[in-house]
Design a protein around this ligand. Sequence first.
Ligand code: SF4
Length: 376
Amino acid sequence: MTTSSTDRKTRPIKVGNLTIGGGGITVQSMAATRTQDLEATLRQIEILESAGADLIRIAVDSKADVVALEKLCKATKVPISVDLQENYRLADAVGPFVQKVRYNPGHLHHHEKDKTAREKAHWIAAVAKKHGMAIRIGCNAGSLAPEYSERFPDDDVTALVEQAKDHCAYMDEVGFTDYLVSIKDSDPRLVIEANERFAAARPDVPLHLGVTEAGMPPDGIIKTRIAFEQLISQGIGDTIRVSLTVPFENKGQEIEVGRQILSDISKGRFRSVPKGFFDGLNIIACPSCSRVENEKFIELAEQVKEATAYAAEHDVTIAIMGCRVNGPGETDDADLGLWCGPTTVNLKKGTETLGSYPYSEVLPALLSELERIIAS
Ligand code: SF4
């Protein structure tokens, strides 16, 4: 099922029986449960399917995840996309089961250090071709490849757009066409600018839109709506994902919110951004996925929101992330960051790590740091 249509016609790509690009916008989401917990993940897939997801993404980080993936795919009707971060080499193993694979150009440098990003991208393209998979080149501001952060130290938008363009060129070099791009950040203003610039440079390439770590409703929905309204009204965007920090049982809300925003845009119903929305306290939180190291993360995010409400008028950004894959990088740009491990939570001030605390003790530590920032 697709919703709404765009004037901008990108190249249509096949993801199983689904077409992305060429008109129409699909709505997708990601399972937040541990991939190897079959019962919980199947329940999560059922919730997303019932909410009307066109595509469901599942994170795979190990061979044991691949074994679980095979079972999950057999029980799923909608096309499945696999999210590979540092473990891009699992692309060949997941190929027989899924219709799409996402790799993050910013995480290719961790392994096979003797190979270039171009060589690795060519290998992923060859594997995708062999298995009939589509590819998403998924770029995030919080995990830029070091080469691009060094070349554009104070300009994340240019770094992201150049990285995405280079990876498209790698696909083009080997004649692989079934790919699309995403460029995400937690700030909708950056998402808008980067996607506008990429779309102008590569009008043929379908775009997956999303505001990552948008956080909890209602702010997470407002941030997403701001980006989608601005981009989709210009014909930019072929598939969307709304990322919300909500309990597992409420994940269907991501699909419902996405369809509501698309429906409003197609009817010309734009919501104005509340005055001063970007002023004051900004809490960003990852939407959680199978990589969450402790489910207390969602509860912690809610507690942080509640306990910091008193500081609403202060221009402070607090980031809360669920795991070590993206947590350390994505918290670098926040004034205060929390990234969650299995039993402890790491507290950061900008790029500096202040300490590691049990879940029950981290909140007071965060609040004293917040007090120090406000006082200064
Ligand atoms: S920070 Fe980790 S847990 Fe949160 S969405 Fe990203 S990968 Fe998943």
